[in-house]
Write a protein that binds this ligand. Structure first.
Ligand code: NAD
Length: 422
């Protein structure tokens, strides 16, 4: 199977052919500007030392400082982080915010660590990368298995190490540490706006639609709540432990609450049936929302997908051949670099509030997020119809156009362009 980074490069090349741009330009966009590989040693509670592998990939800064989350997961590897960083560059360009793309991660199962170990891990990782990040250089955020508590530790350690304490070095913080209203629900909310726009473009609405959701964390659980509030039925959902389904619709808020308290679907009781973990992807539904990890919708699974819309809240959930099958079957795929960009948009709003010493209300955040997401959808849909390509290729075309325009102005990246350096 193609690796996530290779998949990114191939999609970029396909979009580049569509635009007729040079292979040199595409190679310059594809190649990360900087790749940091670090060791993250911590002393376990048992007294033994463990050394974890950590990464920070700074992909492209032509449009602004690097921006992207940090993932704690046993499958994290350099190829994956490179792909995730590249997707961030595409995403910030698609939604047209003045940021570039980056991503970080540690190869670790965070559930195997106690709280003190998790804090030590976060602080040591921050120690390793603190000279390479900063509010005008590279601004991390949460991703899989990282949350506001971890972002608060990172901000605190950065301030301690540099003597320049500033909440703007990281986003996704808790509200009391300078986080933004609406950041916790932003990825789901942004995806919701994109889905609404796509449905409206086809004269449809979300009310009464059947929704299946793979992954029930920040992205998936919050989306389930929004979809239910809009009158959709969440008929199937899964986490790493198992999958559940109900023809009457699952109680999204109760499920989200159960997960927020650390529950696992395999241990949950209620009025639902248990289904196989992969069945959630092919369960009879109108809308499928992959919200877990990469490479879930393979060719085989894609052949069995019943949904007419796929909203990619996860990054890279569809393999290259899975994508081809979905396209051939006329399934509307709303691609990750558009569908899940709400997270980075509200991260940008958080950063703006931090550097301008402002506080926005939840309403203000939601209204401005809606504007950004709807404009991005319109721009992508315009290219899709003008060039008769998929939403994915259209989004890549838009990103290439915007990134290459910035690269002409700032060939060295944002550091040559930033007015302020720390
Ligand atoms: P999270 O850690 O909050 O939740 C991940 C969920 O996926 C958990 O419920 C976990 O049990 C489940 N999961 C993992 N592997 C699974 C599998 N094979 N089958 C079923 N469930 C599985 O993470 P998150 O922040 O919600 O991120 C999920 C996806 O969304 C990732 O691809 C991430 O990169 C992407 N994303 C997140 C954000 C954000 O702001 N958090 C922004 C953009 C994109």
């Amino acid at each position: 199977m193609t690796s996530p980074y290779q998949h990114f490069v191939e999609t970029l090349e396909e979009a580049g052919r569509c635009l007729g741009v040079s292979a040199d330009l595409l190679r310059r966009i594809a190649t990360p500007e900087r790749v940091h590989t670090v060791s993250v040693p911590i002393k376990r509670t048992s007294g033994a030392w463990e050394i974890y592998a950590g990464y920070r990939v700074q992909h492209n800064s032509a449009r602004g400082p690097y921006k992207g989350g940090i993932r704690f997961h046993p499958q994290v590897n350099l190829d994956e982080v490179k792909a995730l960083a590249a997707w961030m560059s595409m995403k910030t360009a698609v939604v047209d915010i003045p940021l570039g793309g980056g991503k970080g991660g540690i190869t670790v199962d965070p559930h195997s660590l106690d709280d003190a170990e998790l804090e030590a891990l976060t602080r040591m990782y921050t120690n390793r990368i603190h000279r390479d990040i900063g509010p005008y250089v590279d601004i991390p955020a949460p991703d899989v298995n990282t949350d506001s508590r971890i972002m608060d530790w990172l901000a605190n350690e950065y301030g301690r190490l540099t003597g320049l304490p500033t909440p703007a070095v990281v986003t996704g913080k808790s509200i009391s540490a300078g986080g933004s209203e609406g950041r916790d629900t932003a990825t789901a909310q942004g995806g919701f706006f994109v889905l609404q726009s796509a449905l409206e473009a086809n004269g449809e609405s979300l009310a009464g639609k059947r929704v299946a959701i793979q992954g029930f964390g920040n992205a998936g659980a919050n989306f389930a709540k929004l979809a239910s509030q809009a009158g959709a039925l969440v008929v199937a959902a899964s986490d790493t432990s198992g999958a559940i389904a109900s023809e009457q619709g699952l109680p999204a808020s109760d499920l989200a609450q159960f997960k927020a308290e650390g529950g696992r679907f395999s241990q949950m009781n209620g009025e639902f049936t248990r289904i196989g973990p992969e069945e959630v992807l092919t369960y009879t539904a109108d809308i499928l929302v992959p919200s877990a990890l990469e490479d879930q919708l393979s060719r085989e699974i894609a052949t069995g997908v019943t949904a007419r819309y796929v909203l990619e809240l996860a990054n890279g959930p569809t393999t290259a051949d899975g994508d081809a099958v979905l396209e051939q079957r006329d399934v509307v795929v709303l691609p990750d670099i558009l569908a899940n960009a709400g997270g980075v948009v509200v991260s940008y709003f958080e950063w703006l509030q931090n550097v301008s010493l402002e506080r926005w209300s939840g309403n203000q955040v939601r209204t401005q997020l809606a504007d950004v997401m709807k404009n991005a959808f319109e721009a992508v849909a315009g290219i899709k119809s003008a060039r008769s390509v998929s939403y994915r290729l259209a989004a890549y075309c838009l990103a290439i156009q915007r990134i290459s325009a910035a690269m002409e102005t700032h060939p060295m990246g944002a550091e040559s362009a930033s007015p302020v350096k720390t």
